[in-house]
Design a binder for this molecule. Structure first.
Ligand code: AMP
Length: 275
C-alpha cells in the first residue's frame, strides 16, 4: 500500500498504474474509519483493479459553529484498516495541499442543496461538492463509492456528475449499522451511554416504518406519524419522505424517508430508501 500526501505523488503513482490500462475505484473519507467506510472500500476493491482511499477532514464543509477541531482523527488505525483491506493508494493531504486562497468553488443547487442538511448546515454542500470535485480531478476514478447514509450528499454528487458532465460512475451503498441498530458514524463517539440510547429512537423509527411498509401500509402521513411518535426525548430536525431528486414525495415509491435528530450536541442521520 502506498501512502501519498501530495497531489504530485498521487498523480505520479496513478500514472504508473494507468500504463496498464486498469480500472480505478475511489472512496473519499474524512478518516476515523469504521465499518461503514470498510464496506465502501471492500466494494471498491472487489470492483476495480486499483483502489484509492482519501483521508481528509475537509474544513470547508464545516460551519463556524461546528466540530472541525474536535473531529476524530485516528490516522494510524485508519492506515492499518486500509492496509488490511488491501487498498492500493491512500491519499492523506494537508489542508494547504488541497486549498489555496481566493479560490473558485462549487455552489450547491439553490433548492436541493439548501433543504434538510443544507438548511441545518447552510453551505455545507458547497464544501462537500468542491472537495469531491477536486479529489475526482486528482484521482480520475472510473468508479466512486459513497454511503446511502448521507443520502442528500449522494444525490447531490450524482447531480454534480450529471450537471458537470463527469465520466465517473457513482455507487451508493447500504447503511451499515451497529448491533443495536444505530447507523455507524465517526461522530457516534460523542454520544455517552444515555444519549446513545436516546439516539436509537431514530433507527427504531426507521425500522418501524420499514416493517409497516412491508405489511402493506402505504399512507405517507400515517407512516410519518408512526415514526414521529417514536422520536421522544430528542430534537427532531426533520423527518419526511422525499423523492430521489429531493422533492417532497406524495406517493410511496422511488422515495426516501430522511430523518435527522439532535441528541445533546450530536446530530444523528438515518434514512430508508423505498423502491
Ligand atoms: P465520512 O468519512 O463521514 O465523510 O464518510 C465517508 C463515506 O462513508 C461517505 O460516503 C459516507 O456516506 C459513508 N458512510 C458513513 N457512514 C456510513 C454507514 N454507516 N454506512 C455506509 N456508509 C457510510
Amino acid at each position: 500500500m502506498k501512502i501519498v500526501t501530495t497531489k504530485f505523488e498521487l498523480k505520479e503513482t496513478l500514472r504508473e498504474f494507468r500504463k496498464k490500462n486498469i480500472s480505478v475505484g475511489f472512496v473519499p473519507t474524512m478518516g476515523a474509519l469504521h465499518h461503514g467506510h470498510s464496506s465502501l472500500i471492500k466494494k471498491s476493491i472487489n470492483d476495480n483493479d486499483v483502489s484509492v482511499v482519501s483521508i481528509f477532514v475537509n474544513p470547508t464543509q464545516f460551519g463556524l459553529d461546528e466540530d472541525l477541531s474536535k473531529y476524530p482523527r485516528t490516522l494510524k488505525s485508519d492506515l492499518k484498516i486500509c492496509e488490511i483491506l488491501g487498498v492500493n493508494i491512500v491519499f492523506v493531504p494537508s489542508v494547504e495541499e488541497i486549498y489555496g486562497n481566493d479560490e473558485v468553488k462549487i455552489i450547491s443547487p439553490n433548492l436541493s442543496g439548501f433543504i434538510l442538511e443544507g438548511f441545518n448546515r447552510p453551505h455545507h454542500f458547497d464544501g462537500v461538492l468542491t472537495v469531491v470535485l477536486k479529489l475526482f480531478h486528482l484521482v480520475s476514478p472510473d468508479n466512486a463509492y459513497f454511503g446511502k447514509k448521507d443520502a442528500q450528499q449522494l444525490i447531490l454528487i450524482k447531480k454534480m456528475i450529471e450537471n458537470l458532465n463527469l465520466n465517473i460512475t457513482i455507487h451508493g451503498l447500504d447503511i451499515v449499522r451497529d448491533e443495536d441498530g444505530l447507523a455507524v458514524s465517526s461522530r457516534n463517539i460523542y454520544l455517552n451511554e444515555k444519549n446513545r440510547k436516546k439516539a436509537l429512537a431514530l433507527s427504531k423509527a426507521i425500522f418501524k416504518v420499514d416493517s409497516l411498509i412491508k405489511s402493506e401500509i402505504r399512507d405517507i402521513d400515517m407512516l410519518k406519524k408512526e415514526a414521529l411518535d417514536l422520536l421522544i426525548d430528542v430534537e427532531v430536525q426533520y423527518l419526511d419522505f422525499y423523492t430521489y431528486d429531493l422533492h417532497i414525495a406524495n406517493k410511496l415509491s422511488n422515495c426516501i424517508l430522511l430523518g435527522a435528530i439532535k441528541v445533546g450536541t450530536t446530530r444523528i442521520l438515518d434514512n430508508l430508501w423505498i423502491e
